[in-house]
Design a protein around this ligand. Sequence first.
Ligand code: BGC
Length: 355
Amino acid sequence: MIPFGTTPDGRAAHLFTLRNAQGVSADITDYGATVVRLFAPDRQGRLADVTLGFDRLDDYVARSPYFGCVIGRVGNRIAHGRFSLHGKSYTLALNNTPGGIPCHLHGGLRAFDKAVWRAEPFTRAGEAGLRLHHRSPDGEEGYPGNVEVVVTYTLTTDNALRIDYEAITDQPTPINLTNHAYFNLAGEGAGDVLGHMLTIHARDYTPVNAGLIPLGHVAPLAGTPLDFSTPHPIGERINVPHEQLQLAGGYDHNYVITHAPGQPNALAPAATVVDPASGRIMKVLTTEPGMQFYTGNFLDGSFPAKLGHVYQHRHGFCLETQHFPDSPNQPAFPSVIVAPGETLRSTTVYRFDVC
Ligand code: BGC
């Protein structure tokens, strides 16, 4: 563990390195439970940092578009920043305005990504891990209930970064946790990701309106430029004139992950991404029902990042495993409400390989 700076309000942050015998390593800070660096080998064994981010805490505090952090309490958008639960309505911060339409995004103004978590490193049978704890008080960012969250990162012997999420509450409250890593399998700063080959194990998605809020139904992907059920380069159809791509300025959509019949909560393959040039492969598995595929449409090169690199439009992609956006207002979607006495449990694995 090494120091990673101090937040403007005086909280000390730290950086922890998890490493396995193959040379895969992850640097994680307790600020936002954020993956700062993730090194994976290419087909020649050369390591590159495959996640976008910053070298300094100050940049995470000042300008991060959610690079690598844990998102909560509720990942993704909540329409109009409002929801009601058991007859009571709740008002949340409006911190995002896609299409000029205000909504609540990623838990609000000072959400889980801006907390300093309590970190506990551990090792277990050749694996290295970091367990991060956070307590979110009743009323924080407008949400009800005291919530205790534990996020465990484990670097496994088979080159995966496994993320286990757990949460409990003392009042019914919505919780939808994810990690917001932006990946570039050629290495961060190596340009755009349009040539990466992507497969998403989904037949349906949740189409959105101009404010990027789901319309409320699932729609088939077949026949649309959003269909990645067979491998396609990310950039192959990104500029096709399709209403959903135009609304989002690229891909920024929630895919309904195909889970085996009768096993909706089992760990299932969600996506495979291949960078043909380096040979790096990343496989995503999740217990979650959905996954947001986002192509960094809002990255605009307006700030220097790691090693002075500048990230333009589509220089990274996110595969955010999650429940569906706006779930607190969408009765047809799987519920994100956690009740006292229940434990939310969720797992996502990002596994690296080469071809
Ligand atoms: C959303 C994007 C948003 C981004 C913020 C993603 O999860 O889908 O619409 O702009 O987060 O970094």
